[in-house]
Write a protein that binds this ligand. Structure first.
Ligand SMILES: [Fe+2]
Length: 249
């Protein structure tokens, strides 16, 4: 059974459509979304509609939470974007669609489990907010603490940097495993990267396909200039949020 795992769409409709098209050309049985479907980007309504229609599982991310409640510890650009997003999504009593989107957001879970696999936005220890960066493999205490909470495989997002944390305390970049990373009995944390705001120097949308044996990292080109133009045209969204899409970081 092949599954696609997407994360951090960040209201980037062009990237999400490109990824869904790429998924549709493979024999994928289910799509899971690890959160941050909204925040930063210009199309929160459309992205939520697509995720609601296509994803079997969708988790709550810290930016989704920030739209529902008050943003905490956000940069001013992220906070302004969250407040603007809230205005776009505010449910009106006479609009069923907007109420359905708001209800969907309110019901998002913080984690999902399939047997010995766990799915989170940030980390198994703090599903919403903890970042696990590639350089954290040098932090023995942090790695041991995280791996102690993992049965076999943890899928996560949040950093927007795709790759695999092996329990040998190594970070494996996607380009090191062009034919896929075999899943054995070893414990691993797999960061699926970001669909809508990659930050690893590659501007293409990132996501992961996996079956029970192997994880494949996918990159999909999309019309980032269109998304950036929409961001530049919206006063409440900082220009830098558009510029970074073109640069991929
Ligand atoms: Fe994110």
């Amino acid at each position: 059974m092949k599954r696609a795992i997407i994360s951090d769409v960040h209201a980037n409709l062009e990237a999400l459509r490109a990824v869904l098209a790429d998924i549709s050309r493979q024999e994928i049985t289910a799509i899971y979304c690890l959160g941050d479907t909204i925040g930063y980007g210009p199309n929160p309504r459309e992205c939520l509609d697509l995720v609601m229609a296509h994803c079997a599982v969708c988790l709550l991310g810290n930016h989704d939470e920030a739209v529902l409640y008050d943003p905490e510890g956000f940069s001013s650009a992220a906070e302004r974007a969250a407040r603007w997003t809230r205005k776009q999504l505010a449910p009106c009593s006479d609009d069923e669609r907007s109420q359905a989107r708001w209800d969907f957001l309110c019901r998002l879970p913080r984690f999902h489990r399939d047997g010995d696999r766990i799915f989170v936005h940030g980390s198994v220890r703090n599903p919403l907010s903890e970042y696990v960066f590639p350089e954290d493999v040098q932090d023995l205490r942090k790695m041991e603490g995280l791996f102690a909470l993992i049965r076999r495989v943890a899928f996560q997002g949040h950093t927007h940097v795709a790759g695999i944390f092996s329990s040998q305390l190594r970070f494996v970049f996607p380009h090191e495993v062009p034919v896929g990373y075999p899943l054995g009995t070893e414990k691993v944390m797999i960061n699926v990267g970001s669909v809508g705001q990659p930050r690893d120097g590659d501007a293409r949308a990132a996501y992961v396909v996996y079956d029970d044996e192997t994880v494949h990292f996918r990159r999909v080109p999309y019309a980032a200039q269109i998304t950036a133009d929409k961001i530049h045209a919206e006063q409440e969204l900082d220009d830098f949020l558009g510029d970074r899409l073109l640069a991929g970081h």
